[in-house]
Ligand binder design. Structure first.
Ligand SMILES: [Zn+2]
Length: 300
């Protein structure tokens, strides 16, 4: 083993202190996910057969997450690790390597989904982007593909409960179909579907449901907009009569407020991560919340 001694010592110490970071139900598949949205998908399909935890809660920023030693231990003890991929969790590769779990089933749920290439897809510090926009799950059609991959992998690890997983999947996919049709019907009546977004989280959502993103305050999470960019946005909002600026609870609220003060456009807070706002604890609840909030603000 070519690992530095200090690393081995730290790990040994942590293992001694925290023997069971995951409080797993007996005879369950232990699953660790990067984001809370993936935790919800796994829970919907696996139900009583899984113990699932998410490294990142809805309130943290998935782009700028700092790994904790307990994350390595959680992945070391897990049977399955579920990620988005597409350049979102830049820290996931390092995490899997550090966990040294040779039987770990790693699921990259963006596999097979075609990514939108917008200007706001820089998710690595200092580097230029090589991936498309990673916020794929905000389109339920993409969510269905992600869910099917999760189901396939749960079955691979636990064939005995195959019928349960397939039944749960069928039920959840039907729920998503109903939700999607309901959202489409509600949005159809809306004459003005334009908004400015804080960071580019919404292009898949907008494409699916017919919203139009006119501009972004920042091109990637954690960036600061230039004065020139802000004044361009102010002029654009005033000239075209944009009524809504979409912010997110994980981001700094200062700049959306300044834009709102300058233009009279309203700031609404939506979330791309379940659990970040009251009433958004599941993926479907989050989508309903986001759509209802947008409809309330955009309706004439
Ligand atoms: Zn993002």
């Amino acid at each position: 083993m070519a690992k530095p001694l200090s690393y081995t010592l730290i790990l040994a110490f942590l293992l001694a202190v925290i023997v069971f970071p995951v409080d797993a139900k007996p005879d369950t598949t232990i699953v660790v996910t990067t984001l809370s949205v993936l935790q919800d998908y796994v829970q919907q399909i696996g139900r009583e057969h899984v113990t699932v935890t998410s490294l990142i809660s809805g309130l943290e920023n998935g782009h700028s997450y700092a790994l904790k030693p307990s994350d390595i231990l959680a992945v070391r003890q897990a049977h399955m690790f579920v990620t988005i991929g597409a350049g979102l969790e830049v820290w996931a590769k390092q995490l899997v390597e550090s966990a040294q779990n040779s039987t770990l089933e790693v699921v990259v749920t963006s596999k097979g989904i075609s990514l939108l290439r917008n200007t706001g897809s820089i998710h690595t510090k200092g580097g230029k982007h090589t991936f498309g926009n990673p916020h794929i799950w905000l389109d339920p059609e993409n969510a269905k593909s992600m869910i099917r991959q999760i189901t396939t992998r749960l079955i691979k690890l636990d064939r005995a409960n195959r019928r349960d997983y397939l039944a749960n999947q069928a039920e959840y996919l039907r729920e998503l179909d109903t939700l999607q049709a309901d959202i489409k019907r509600r949005v159809k009546k809306l004459p003005d579907r334009r908004f400015i977004s804080h960071h580019p989280a919404w292009p898949y959502f907008a494409r699916r449901f017919g919203f139009k993103i006119v501009g972004n305050i920042v091109e990637h999470s954690g960036a600061e907009p230039s004065a020139k960019h802000l004044s361009t946005l102010v002029q654009q909002i005033k000239k075209t009569g944009i009524k809504v600026i979409v912010s997110e609870p994980q981001l700094n609220q200062k700049i959306p407020r300044i834009l709102s003060d300058e233009t009279g456009a309203r700031v609404v807070t939506l979330t791309a991560m379940p659990g970040a706002l009251p009433g958004t604890n599941t993926y479907t609840a989050m989508l309903r919340f986001n759509v209802s909030t947008l409809l309330e603000t955009l309706s004439p």
